[in-house]
Design a protein around this ligand. Sequence first.
Ligand code: XBP
Ligand code: MG
Length: 253
Amino acid sequence: MTLEALIFDVDGTLANTEHYGHLVAFNEAFKELELDWFWDNELYSKLLNVTGGQLRIKYYLKTYRSDFKCDDIDAFAKKIHGLKSKIYVHLVNTGSIPLRTGVARLFSEARAAGLRLAIATTTTPANVDALITHTLGADALDWFEVIGAGNVVSNLKPAGDIYHYVLKKMNIRPNQAIVFEDSYNGIIAATNAELKTLVTVNEYTKMHKFNGTMVVLNHLGEPNDAFTVLDGKHSKYTYVGIDYLQELYAKYC
Ligand code: XBP
Ligand code: MG
């Protein structure tokens, strides 16, 4: 078997979307709807254990606002989420959310090497489209053979469904791909689909437990900005390029 494809999570992996995008947009939506709710970083870090914005809102209501009265919680969460998604896309389109270190370079190297690219995320599809086109260019969506996003599957991460969906669409086996993730839920999802992961942590996930991953890094690195290995074996490489991925692939996949 040879390395055929790279599959990327979006939130927290391609960009720090949670901090600069989702959290800001949730709070802005609460304000516009005149709700006296405010999610600070500490609370959001806990709420992130629940994937999917609508499920996160419902979890918050159940856990922290049990006094809140509402006839139809599902419809209310949907309304808040709809507004939040619009605000999020606006934030992306006004340049509030840059890509993380090494992401644009790796895409470019992977394309030059003929690797197939895909996305596997639980976020709303419009969010992915906005982030990719705003940060990488209008034609960049075409770089991805499959964009598995949102509720295209019924069970969000940590279920493996989104990864099974992407593998099926690409017609490849788990041992032909490497996954890029940032969170515990993401690792579990990929592992449930028998995929091997390279993790780049962020402020919300650096304390997560990552069992069974190939390597955990602080970011993908650049030729002039070395990554730090947080868990896993060191090698001669200091940034994630195709040669480093081939080394990991030969060792773990
Ligand atoms: C991302 C998520 C998403 C976003 C919000 O998880 O959990 O729910 O926080 O997106 P992952 P929506 O990175 O593992 O895919 O509000 O559009 O659901
Ligand atoms: Mg993520």
